[in-house]
Design a protein around this ligand. Structure first.
Ligand code: GAF
Length: 392
């Protein structure tokens, strides 16, 4: 089945459920994808570079506009009745449930002065939750896009991403960067998105591994990154401290060529040295991957991905035994490169492999997880897919 057929089927099902719940057909149906990040991890809150691409897995929303201030929310993925709120009583930090994501988007739009006066929303997502594949960003972006269309706000993808990030930072209370929301809003099929998170300038980089005889596998370790938020926030604060010690606005401002000098200036601030080293080398790895892809030397990105993992494991310290086992096993069974993707502490890894080796690598990872007594990982191929769009 083609991707557009899948979208069509999802739109129909979600639309039918909307009609059952709310008694009328939705004004429209939208989709927004999850993502994997090819390279550029924990750089987005340092004004650095990232390079995600969209997954075929999406959050789909059937939505109707309302002009009476009422916001009704329902999810096919949560066993709970419709939640009814009022748009002008939305308060940051008060909602600890899934509804905080769509409600946070309504709050952020209104706070920015956009006249959003309510909506009926039914959501259904195929993005695995808790797997580090941006299921939350997909929920936020699909709602933002639907409201942008229904209220004719005329906002561009990167503007929607900023509002979604604000929803997550302030309304939900998670101190995330801008990568996931921008990936969901702006990615294009067959491309990875090179994003400069300082000014949100972007470039679509053609990324068609199948045509070159390669595959990119996602290995969801099934370890939910449940304690990630506190640790994530600590890394963020640590990076800000490193930037302050070096007298720069953000670690992005430390050039790779000046890294040794910067590390020397940090003296015995061991934690800051490790964080700075990761961010500065990771930005350089993003630039190297782009150069390799643009010169057609795709296989050579493998070792750069693997070096990124080592840096996240040893310097940034956001990996875990399951992610390390994926990487080690993949490399030992012939993969070209592998790394954790997303925030870490669980979640998913990516593996770049020759098409001819993909089955053997998959089998080796499954086997070694069984031997280690870990949960069976979910392994699938990631094909660079479309960003957020209207389906209906
Ligand atoms: C999570 C965050 F949401 C992103 O903003 C980014 O910082 C990522 O972790 C790490 O690169 O996905």
């Amino acid at each position: 089945m083609s991707e557009s057929n899948v979208g069509g089927a999802a739109a129909k099902t979600v639309g039918e459920r909307f009609r059952e719940l709310y008694g009328a057909a939705p004004h429209g149906v939208w989709a927004a994808p999850g993502r994997v990040n090819l390279i550029g991890e924990h750089t987005d809150y340092n004004d650095g570079f990232v390079m995600p691409f969209a997954l075929p897995h999406t959050a789909v929303a059937a939505v109707s506009r309302r002009d009476d201030g009422v916001l009704r929310l329902h999810s096919a993925d949560v066993d709970a009745p419709v939640v009814e709120l009022t748009a002008d009583s939305l308060t940051p930090g008060t909602d600890k449930h899934w509804t905080a994501y769509p409600a946070g988007v309504v709050w952020a739009l209104r706070e920015a002065g956009h006249p959003v006066t309510g909506a009926d929303i039914h959501l259904a997502s195929t993005v695995p939750a808790g797997a580090g594949l941006s299921s939350s960003a997909a929920l936020e972006v699909v709602v933002a896009l639907a409201l942008n269309d229904l209220y004719e706000l005329g906002l561009r993808g990167w503007q929607l991403a900023r509002l979604c990030q604000r929803a997550e930072n302030v309304y939900v209370g998670a101190p995330v960067g801008i990568m996931d929301q921008t990936a969901s809003a702006c990615c294009e099929s067959g491309h990875a998105l090179f994003l400069d998170t300082r000014d949100l300038s972007q470039r679509q980089i053609p990324f068609d591994l199948a045509a070159e005889g390669m595959r990119l596998l996602v290995v969801d370790t099934q370890v939910e990154h449940s304690h990630s938020e506190g640790e994530y926030g600590k890394r963020r604060v640590g990076c800000e401290k490193g930037a302050a010690l070096l007298g720069v606005d953000a670690l992005r401002d430390v050039a790779h060529a000046d890294l040794d000098e910067a590390l020397a200036r940090l003296g015995d601030e061991e934690e800051a040295r490790r964080l700075v080293r990761h961010v500065v080398t990771e930005n350089e790895r993003v630039e190297r991957v782009i150069a390799l892809l643009e010169s057609g030397d795709t296989r050579a990105i493998g070792p750069v991905l693997t070096a990124g993992h080592a840096s996240l494991r040893d310097d940034f310290r956001v990996s875990c035994p399951e992610l390390d086992l994926v990487v080690d096993t993949a490399l030992a069974s012939g993969a070209l490169g592998a790394r954790m993707t997303g925030g870490g502490f669980g979640g998913s890894a990516i593996v770049l492999t020759e098409t001819t080796e993909a089955a053997a690598v998959t089998e080796a990872i499954r086997k070694t997880f069984t031997t280690a007594g870990f949960r069976t990982p979910r392994i699938f191929e990631a094909v660079p897919s479309a960003g957020a769009r209207r389906l209906h």
